[in-house]
Design a protein around this ligand. Sequence first.
Ligand code: NAD
Length: 363
Amino acid sequence: MSSASAGENAAQAAARLRAELEQHNVRYYVYDEPSVSDAEYDGLMRELEALEAEHPELVTPESPTQRVGAAPVSAFGSVRHVVPMLSLNNAFDEEEVVAFDRRVTDTLRGAGLLGPAQQADYFCELKLDGLAISLRYEDGRLVQAATRGDGQTGEDVTSNIRTIKAIPLQLKGAAPKVLEVRGEVLMNRADFEKLNVAQAKRDEKVFVNPRNAAAGSLRQLDPRITAKRPLRFFAYGWGEVQGLPGTQSGLFDEASAGAAEASELPQKSHGAMLAWLHELGLPVNLMHNHRATGAEGLMAFYAKVGALRATLPYDIDGVVYKVDSLPAQKVLGFVARAPRFALAHKFAAEEATTTLLDIEVQV
Ligand code: NAD
């Protein structure tokens, strides 16, 4: 299927889609003011992906299909992520979920990690619609917080993050020498509505949706403004982990820290890692996280969450499936911008468009 419009060749169509997606990325990631719905954005991205699949010679490292987010804004200090912060591959229908499960199962059977009749176990989570953040704890103390940025380098938002009450400044119990916690900062819908009413009364900027309100509130140059915004946080992953309590290799070694493998992990599954983060005092979405087996288990979770979505206090734009076993995750590895062991299964577009207000965006 080609996306070229009349009179346009594939290279021209790719250039047009890239320019359009880049423009949307800047509005969304840099200014927190998107001008199209996520569904429209996802549609353009899919067109570009299809075009690049048909014409692999057109793929460039700069293409939005190969990159995460947008470069950090220089108004903030920058933080280099020792373990990159990636995006997630998306699925929009059951067929794509089944294909994902099949790829995972085939690879794990090939590697001898699953028996011929065994199915893969997954850890299922809500796909929280906020912004990704990395929190760095050293000896249990929060020392740095950074946005995802382009995945390699993010913005230093430490002072702002310290104002969020859900985020512990000091971990509980025996914490490792270095622990990077990855999770989502978000705003509840009711808080977002209240904030917009107050902003409008003061003739100040109103936000398009809770996601943009959360991102705009966190990326304030004055942390006193962030402190007044009702931001929340859930942990769903980790970056660097070094110097586990009770082990000898307690010192953080800059030279060896450069890849996920440099981390020492106390648990062997994703779910157990999240339980460990929770024990250390970090908020984890225990109420909705769930283990499932095979594509059927994933689809059952998707249906269950779809039914309760409207009752949640915050926006979600889908669910996320992660292969639960960490050795299996390692075998599956990564593609350019996302892990092969995880999948974001997005909800249908309709709700995505209803949150876009008709406001003028100045970039
Ligand atoms: P993504 O939002 O599809 O998925 C990756 C992100 O999911 C992570 O960075 C993390 O922040 C989040 N996440 C939430 N819950 C999670 C969980 N339980 N586990 C792991 N991650 C979780 O990818 P992206 O690269 O951040 O953004 C792309 C999406 O953003 C697009 O698909 C589109 O919907 C939206 N977007 C919209 C516009 C626009 O103009 N409307 C522009 C750019 C991007």
